[in-house]
Structure formats: C-alpha cells, structure tokens
Design a protein around this ligand. Structure first.
Ligand code: FEO
Length: 171
C-alpha cells in the first residue's frame, strides 16, 4: 500500500512523463517544419517511449492500491532557434528527470517501500540510457554544427530508430 506522500510523488512523476511525451512531440514538429524527417522520427519514437513510461507509473500506482491522477501542464514550447538547441534542451530535460527519479528512489527507501523501490529501479537504469543517447547526438551536433551535408547524414541515421516497447512495460 502506498503512503499518501509516495502516491503524490508518483502521480507527479507520471505528469512529468506525459510532459516529456509532449515536449518531444513538439520537438518532432519543429524538425518536421525544417524537413528534417529523420530527426522528427527520433523525437517521435522518444515521445512514444515517454508515453510508455507514463503508463508504467499509471499502472503501478493502481496496482499498488493507489489512485492514478491525470494532471495537465502549461502550454508547451514549440519554437526552437536551432537543431542543436533542441538537443541541449533534451539533455538538460533528461538530467532533470534523472534527478527526479533519484529523489523518488530516496523517498521509497526512506519509507522502506521495497515494492516501489523495485519498480523505480527500472527507471534508474533507463535514465542512464536516456541521457547517454541524447548526449551522443548533442556531441555529434557540436562537431558538425549546422553544416548541411553532415546534418543530412545524421538525419538519415536518426530515421532508422524504431519504437520497441520496454519489456518491463509489458509485465
Ligand atoms: Fe521518461 Fe526520458 O524519461
């Protein structure tokens, strides 16, 4: 059974995961507007992953005897000054999510809520990957800047990404 405090914190994180979904979809829209369909594909897959994360929180809260609550967020940012700025924002956002997941884990440990800690451990691992994959693209963009040919090569590479539901989400 979840404590009131834990339920509130998990619901708040579910909101953040949905926020992440819309953030990345807005970024995909920006890339579409620049005809960078590969970048748009990468962001759309990222958005799908975030939706999966949000639903994992939804399902866990319910299974643990809590009450999942859907909360709205303020208007999204749809404009970006450059491709590289999108990825700077992405890396910073994922680092923030990592801090939030770590805080949640600390709370679960303080409350001796082992079930929630076990649920969160998947996210702890996932966040390492989330930051690393966005950072890798940012590093490549730092190298090529907005140089047309290199940007198009990267766009082609990012077009290859496909969504694969995480095994943990299917449990
Ligand atoms: Fe659900 Fe990208 O963190």
């Amino acid at each position: 059974m979840l404590s009131e405090k834990m339920q509130e914190a998990l619901n708040d994180q579910m909101k953040w995961e949905f926020y992440s979904e819309f953030l990345y979809l807005a970024m995909a829209g920006y890339f579409k507007s620049r005809s960078l369909d590969g970048f748009a594909n990468w962001m759309t897959v990222q958005a799908e992953e975030e939706r999966t994360h949000a639903l994992m929180f939804f399902n866990y809260i319910a299974e643990a005897g809590g009450r999942p609550e859907i909360r709205v967020f303020d208007q999204m940012e749809n404009e970006y000054p450059s491709v590289i700025e999108v990825f700077r924002t992405t890396v910073e956002h994922e680092k923030l999510v990592t801090r939030r997941i770590n805080d949640l884990m600390t709370l679960a440990q303080e409350e001796k809520d082992h079930a929630t800690a076990n649920f969160l451990s998947w996210f702890v691992k996932e966040q390492v990957e989330e930051v690393a994959s966005a950072q890798k693209i940012l590093d490549q963009l730092e190298l090529v800047k907005e140089e047309g040919h290199a940007l198009m090569m990267l766009d082609r590479e990012l077009a290859q990404r496909v969504f694969t539901p995480p095994a943990a989400a299917a449990e």
